[in-house]
Write a protein that binds this ligand. Structure first.
Ligand SMILES: [Zn+2]
Ligand SMILES: [Zn+2]
Length: 341
């Protein structure tokens, strides 16, 4: 098959790769739709010791497809099933899996290979994290299940619900998915971004009240003014920038919840107001990755059209266009690119 293979940092090759038949417990999938992700851009630049422990590896991790081969012992799926697969599967046995936090599994098995014509899904993934799709759900929309499941974990952490004000920092695809989820729960959404075409595009999506941080002398003061001086009930960082983490803490109100969704560069630190954290009972939490449960709920939200993220697809290319797609992403000229093999 043709596939886009990661050979190491800055070394992506569109080449011929052999497809092996599915072994015991495995599924062979024909990929119908794959999506680019900000993580791909970072990984292409500097590698990723956790997500890509070995090279060469077929690149990409957000995809949906059709089962075209079923390994021995698999009874839950048959040829022709349309499915979405997460990009990881927890072990189910470590102390964090036992504690119901499989996103933090000590032995998370990562799966890459969205940018190929086919992919073999390993046994553990098939057992834990592959979901059959309703006929009505297009593959391009279903492929959002993985990032949407990550966002859902953050929304859960923040206990976002109707009547609360939620400030989302960052207007990239994940900031938008967070805003869509918060809006679906009938929360008031304040989306903070930077001036530019992406902001203009996001404004047209009606995800909430958009604020341009670059046009503000003090975004925290602006957010407080918009919330009657109290601050938001929930603030979520989706930028992965330490200075924005501090803004998220500054803009949250008494008794509120700050969710750190965007991962910062290694070695960075933030300042926090210890008085406020204690006397105002703030909840600070990190939200990383997804769980088999949030993956299933994400598929449900897509199937019931509670969340319709199609508007985040700004470009559509074939496999040979992956490198170009990632350049568009790196330059901030795309939100998400749909790759159709
Ligand atoms: Zn992703
Ligand atoms: Zn585990």
């Amino acid at each position: 098959m043709r596939a886009v293979v990661f050979h190491g940092p800055e070394d992506l090759r569109y080449e011929e790769v052999e497809v092996s038949p599915p072994g015991a417990g495995e599924l062979l999938l024909r990929i119908d739709a794959a999506l680019t992700c900000g993580t791909d851009v970072k990984t292409l630049h500097r590698g990723h010791p956790v997500m890509i422990p070995r090279v060469p590896t077929v690149f990409g991790h957000e995809f949906a497809g059709t089962v075209v081969g079923v390994g021995r012992g698999v009874s839950a799926f048959r040829e022709g099933d349309r499915v979405v697969a997460a990009n990881s599967a927890p072990c189910g046995e470590c102390r964090l899996c036992a504690a119901g936090r499989p996103n933090l599994c000590e032995d998370l098995l990562f799966v890459n290979g969205a940018y190929g014509e086919f992919i073999v899904l390993p046994e553990r993934l098939v057992a834990e994290n592959v979901v059959r799709l309703a006929d009505s759900l297009p593959a391009a929309r279903a492929a959002f299940a993985e990032p949407l499941a990550c966002a859902l974990l953050a929304i859960d952490h923040g206990e976002v619900e109707a009547g609360k004000t939620v400030a989302v920092f960052g207007h990239g695809p994940l900031g938008c998915l967070l805003a869509m989820l918060a809006a679906a729960r009938k929360a008031r959404v304040l989306l903070i971004g930077k001036a530019g075409w992406r902001m203009e595009r996001v404004r047209t999506l009606g995800l909430g009240e958009c604020l341009d941080a670059t046009a503000s002398a003090d975004i925290v003061a602006d957010l407080r003014a918009l919330t009657g001086g109290r601050g938001a009930e929930v603030t979520i960082d989706a930028t992965g920038r330490p200075e924005v983490w501090e803004q998220a803490m500054g803009a949250v109100g008494r008794g509120g919840s700050v969710v750190f969704f965007g991962g910062c560069a290694p070695g960075t630190t933030v300042r926090l107001d210890s008085r406020r954290v204690h006397y105002e009972g703030l909840t600070l939490s990190g939200a990383f990755h997804h769980t088999p449960e949030t993956i299933r709920r994400a598929v449900d939200l897509l199937e019931t059209e509670a969340v319709v993220p199609d508007s985040l697809l700004t470009h559509r290319l074939g496999l040979e266009g992956v490198e170009e797609a990632l350049k568009l992403m790196a330059r901030g000229d795309a939100l998400k690119v749909l790759i159709e093999p």
